[in-house]
Design a protein around this ligand. Structure first.
Ligand SMILES: Nc1nc2c(ncn2[C@@H]2O[C@H](COP(=O)(O)OP(=O)(O)OP(=O)(O)O)[C@@H](O)[C@H]2O)c(=O)[nH]1
Ligand SMILES: [Mg+2]
Length: 247
């Protein structure tokens, strides 16, 4: 039984899902994969069922009805993982923006290093983004700076979605209280881990714009992040956080 689970949320990723699954299973370390598919109209879910015959013990699928947001997809995936004995739980996109080879570097940071949470970071050593229009790079980089300023977190890539969590981090964070669905979800998870004083490490990675499929990024996701961060910080001022205490 692999101790590491990679959770990949999918919405209309039929052009990517087959390749990303094969890529992860071809890595030198043992990973299981959980796909959380929101009833993708393009048939992504059926494609995964087809491939499951090749990986009966390591490829799992959670099917949800309708597009419910990346954040809730991960929360459901985390709960699925915690009902089993996985010790390292990863977040990764399906569109190859995150290079699957970097999974091993995040894994090592948590299993060999002393990180509780390892972030695949685009901004810890300058700006490591390829093929994104300048406007998108600027928006994302400024967003990270803004979140850093509001929350006080010493993290460069606060909206990163390429993460390795040690099981105890997800056990301590009250997953039922995580409300955000888009980039704000990524900020909230890091903020809760930071407030609980878990050790957070940034591993430099290169983020490459997707070549297949369409973006799910929307204005709603951006405004949720901008105002959500202020709300999060405000709430945290009235609460004391310790690792021993539930969030
Ligand atoms: N299950 C589920 N997955 C989603 C949802 N929205 C996005 N995803 C998946 O989450 C991952 C990240 O979404 P992306 O659209 O790549 O977001 P992005 O990287 O910010 O934007 P682009 O790369 O420009 O498309 C991809 O694997 C998507 O398929 C959703 O509502 N439900
Ligand atoms: Mg993407």
């Amino acid at each position: 039984m692999a101790e590491a689970l990679v959770i990949i949320p999918t919405y209309n990723e039929i052009e990517n899902v087959g390749r990303i699954i094969k890529n992860v299973f071809s890595l030198q370390r043992d990973f299981h994969i959980l796909i959380v598919d929101d009833g993708s109209p393009d048939g992504t879910g059926d494609k995964v069922k087809e491939i499951q015959q090749d990986y009966p013990d390591g490829l799992f699928l959670l099917e949800r009805t309708g597009k419910l947001g990346l954040g809730t997809a991960y929360i459901q995936g985390f709960k699925w993982a915690l009902q089993r004995s996985y010790r390292y739980i990863f977040e990764m996109d399906a569109d190859f923006s995150h290079n699957p080879n970097d999974l091993i570097r995040l894994y090592n940071a948590c299993s060999k290093g002393n990180a509780h949470l390892a972030i695949g970071s685009r901004y810890v050593t300058g700006v490591n983004v390829v093929n994104w229009p300048m406007s998108r790079v600027l928006l994302s980089w400024l967003a990270s700076k803004y979140v850093r300023w509001v929350t006080g977190m010493d993290i460069h890539d606060t909206t990163a979605g390429f993460i390795c969590y040690k099981r105890e981090v997800l056990e301590k964070i009250n997953l039922n209280k995580i409300k955000f669905v888009g980039y704000a979800f990524q900020i909230e998870m890091k903020f809760k881990a930071y407030l609980l004083k878990f050790k957070i490490e940034e591993i430099p990675v290169v983020f490459t714009d997707r070549t297949n499929g369409t973006s799910k990024m929307s204005k709603g996701i951006i405004s949720e992040a901008i105002f959500g961060v202020i709300k999060m910080k405000f709430k945290s001022l009235f609460k004391k956080y310790e690792i021993s205490q539930d969030d």
